[in-house]
Design a protein around this ligand. Structure first.
Ligand SMILES: C=CC1=C(C)c2cc3[nH]c(cc4nc(cc5[nH]c(cc1n2)c(C)c5CCC(=O)O)C(CCC(=O)O)=C4C)c(C)c3C=C
Ligand SMILES: [Fe+2]
Ligand SMILES: [Fe+2]
Length: 367
């Protein structure tokens, strides 16, 4: 009869160091199942409501706007304002905006549909390169699928290493850092904690800039008449965050410069602006909605907007840029407004993201 130690050794793939399929689960009364070792690549985006009704919107906005990386006021002051005023009104107005862009066929928001498409394509590329030992999935910082549930699923599937990739080209505390915080919180629950890495911002990756540049060229070709000015509209943050050391503003400015250099344009044709201001504080300037009106007042008739901070089209691009910002330009005398879509699951974008992933897998796996 085997004693406990040798029973463990007979079945446990880690202990026995069995190669390949030999690692498949041994389970018994005296040992948990141990799956084949894998590397997990977990993509992360911001999150989106499950639906556009009041309660779905309220749940989502509550989680989002209670995050102190997003709004850093003292909870003693902020929470009463949020719970009693903002969350009684905003779920209705934001819900109506979401309804206008909803993917009714799949019953989800565009951000969800696009993130799924990106994940499917990245999975194919990564498994072609590295085989079945690599597992790709996505999670959201707010709402579903939660970061916690996806980290738990990767650990249960045998991921002994996880590469966590927040899909924001530019770093911001309100996006990249809070996604990473949530990832590390999820790891706190793991008995067997995987080795983990987070992917740094990739705004200066040449293949990302080239993908943006090619999408601008396509936008120029598709426009009825060639636009005179390109506005690079980034999601805003309070100006105070820049003054307190957040590099987001600088990385946005540099993205525009690299894009301009890629296109070979001079500075008069391309502008950096910031959108989606929220609350009474000053945010990064110039505000997109005001700048497009100023351009029209200066005589610009044909203007294009691109949103390089978003890896996928979402409420902020499909609704805010295409409607509110377009209206502001046209009301001030502008005639042709072109919105250049986000890179989404475009071939060049997927190739750029896979290049970033592969660079960050160095030392863990090679082709
Ligand atoms: C209130 C403060 C906010 C900060 C700071 C902020 C930063 C920030 N956000 C993104 C990307 C996205 N934001 C999205 C939606 C969204 N953002 C805020 C507020 C702040 N964002 C709100 C209240 C909402 C919800 C919609 C609304 O009620 O207006 C989304 C879209 C999600 C979707 O479902 O489509 C994205 C993506 C970045 C990149 C950023 C700072 C760098
Ligand atoms: Fe936002
Ligand atoms: Fe700067």
């Amino acid at each position: 009869m085997l004693d406990a130690k040798s029973r463990h050794a007979t079945g446990c793939p880690v202990h026995m160091d069995l190669p390949g399929a030999g690692r498949l689960a041994h389970a018994g009364a005296d040992h948990p199942p141990v799956p084949q070792a894998k590397i997990g690549i977990l993509l992360a985006n911001l999150g989106t409501p499950d639906n556009y009704d009041y309660w779905s919107m309220r749940r989502y906005l509550n989680e989002f706007l209670s995050d102190r990386r997003v709004i850093d006021y003292s909870p003693w002051i902020w929470q009463p304002l949020l719970q009693l005023i903002i969350l009684t009104k905003r779920p209705f107005s934001s819900g109506a905006n979401y309804k206008s862009i909803w993917n009714n066929e799949q019953g989800e928001s565009p951000l969800m549909t696009i993130t799924k498409a990106q994940t499917a394509k990245i999975t194919t590329t990564m498994q072609d390169r590295f085989g079945e030992g690599v597992m790709v999935d996505f999670c959201m910082r707010y709402g579903n699928p939660s970061t916690k549930s996806k980290v738990a699923a990767m650990v249960a599937a045998g991921c002994e290493k996880i590469l966590f990739f927040p899909l924001y080209p530019q770093y911001a505390g309100a996006t990249t850092a809070t996604a990473n915080d949530q990832f590390f919180r999820a790891l706190m629950d793991a008995k067997w904690q995987p080795a983990s890495r987070t992917v740094p911002p990739y705004f200066d990756q040449p293949s990302y800039i080239a993908a943006l540049g090619e999408s601008v060229k396509r936008g120029w070709e598709a426009a009825d008449e060639e636009p005179e000015v390109l506005v690079c509209s980034y999601h805003g943050v309070p100006k105070r965050y820049l003054m307190e050391g957040d590099p987001y503003h600088c990385q946005c400015q540099k993205t525009t410069r690299l894009l301009r250099e890629y296109l070979g344009w001079d500075e008069s044709r391309i502008i950096t602006t910031f959108q989606s201001r929220f609350g009474p504080e000053e945010w990064l300037q110039p505000y997109t909605v005001e700048e497009v009106a100023r351009q029209a007042e200066k005589g610009v008739k044909r203007l294009a907007v691109i949103a390089p901070a978003f890896s996928a089209d979402c409420i902020e691009t499909l609704e805010e840029i295409n409607e509110e910002i377009c209206e502001s330009f046209e009301e001030a005398g502008g005639e042709h407004f072109t919105y250049i879509p986000c890179l989404n699951d475009d071939v060049a974008h997927i190739a750029a993201l896979c290049e970033v992933i592969e660079a960050n897998l160095q030392g863990w796996i090679t082709r």
